[in-house]
Ligand binder design. Structure first.
Ligand code: GAR
Length: 210
């Protein structure tokens, strides 16, 4: 087992799928001076590809399969919470975790629960953000890391960055460029939170809005 540094915050990354943001967080946290360690990856889906990536990176994994709890959301979240507590987790990062969390869980982890959303919140909450951005004809589209509040895709913003939308963009090309931003701003945002320096006005990018 990897040596633990008591000065570092213990982070759990919650996933449901491929886990590319999780991989970016693991990569960033491998730096000696990073203030957090990825102590656990939890998936609500046993077949999530991200679990394989996490294991290959030597990170502990757990599955809390929502299907085994049928429609009992409270029981699912209690099991999730118990898993996090068992691993002495300080901060939880949602990274493509596609389950809505109830106010009980959100309140319990208030100020220690982060999410990444593939849009410039408060624009395009919910699903299919890239398609909706193209349909709306916006000139800029991006990604947001925010503290989770009880209302979906809302809560204080920690980091945000954007790309220019091109005339020939498709959902896929736009998603790919936004994903690159995600991989950059999530580690930046987690660093700020782990160091207690988060500022809701922080903007992750170098660009000056025109
Ligand atoms: C990411 O684009 C993330 O922003 C999005 O799911 C993708 C997960 O990819 N999250 C949401 O849409 C949450 N509302 P990943 O598994 O490769 O990190």
């Amino acid at each position: 087992m990897a040596k633990q540094d008591p000065a570092k915050k213990r982070v759990a990354v919650l996933i449901s799928g491929r886990g590319s943001n999780m991989a970016a967080l693991i990569e960033a946290a491998s730096a000696r001076d990073y203030p957090a360690e990825i102590a656990l990856v939890v998936s609500n889906r046993p077949d999530a590809f991200g679990l394989t990536r996490a294991r290959e990176a030597g990170v502990a994994t757990a599955v809390v399969d929502h299907k085994t709890f049928a429609e009992d959301r409270a029981a699912f979240e209690r099991a999730l919470d118990a898993t996090l507590e068992a691993h002495r987790i300080d901060i939880v990062c949602l990274a493509g975790f596609m389950r809505l969390l109830t106010p009980w869980f959100v309140t319990r982890w208030n100020g220690r629960l982060l999410n990444i959303h593939p849009a410039l919140l408060p624009q395009f909450k919910g699903l299919h953000t890239h398609r909706r951005a193209l349909e709306a004809g916006v000139k800029r589209h991006g990604a947001t890391v925010h503290f989770v509040a009880t209302e979906m895709d809302s809560g204080p913003i920690i980091a945000q960055d954007w790309v220019a939308v091109r005339d020939d963009d498709t959902e896929e090309t736009l998603a790919a460029r936004v994903l690159e931003l995600e991989h950059r701003i999530y580690p930046q945002a987690l660093r700020l939170v782990a160091e207690g320096r988060e500022n809701p006005l922080f903007a992750g990018g170098e660009k000056t809005p025109q």
